[in-house]
Design a protein around this ligand. Sequence first.
Ligand SMILES: [Zn+2]
Length: 184
Amino acid sequence: MKLFAPVALVAALALLACASNGAPVGEGAAKATAGDRAAPHAHIPAPGEKVMLSEDEWKKKLSANQYRILREGGTEFAGTGKLLRNKKDGTYRCGGCGAPLFQSETKYESGSGWPSFYEALEGRITEKLDTSHGMVRTELLCASCGGHLGHKFPDGPRPTGQRYCINSASLDFESEDGQLISGD
Ligand SMILES: [Zn+2]
């Protein structure tokens, strides 16, 4: 029996390692092994509900790329977003807090290189004047967590004439059968 004890110990440690891999961790190790699947948000904010996390908590919750875009107002390279060409039916959610932001019916191909929508879900997005980089633009933020999503331009299609130009990395997509895909 003595010979088998170390084997049992190694097996137990391996099991523990697997269990800890299941926990959501910062720089997407769990995401990488789970393919495109995103960890479901434990709580989906109701309309008007605010999500307040410290910067350290956001760093733990988000990948480095998501943090740079959602919390620091960054922009992903055009044409690179995972959800850019996604044509499935479902709901686009905030990658930070899970709040629903857009329905797939309002997504269209703008040619900009970023996921584009002509309408947002009511009350889910906050607009802010952005005068950075020598331009006057309308910045779009998640109304629940304040995460940076992208910008709005008045060159969209009917019926609104608006283009919500959104970083894929700021989004999660939930298909109608409940599969959650990270846009990061
Ligand atoms: Zn959010």
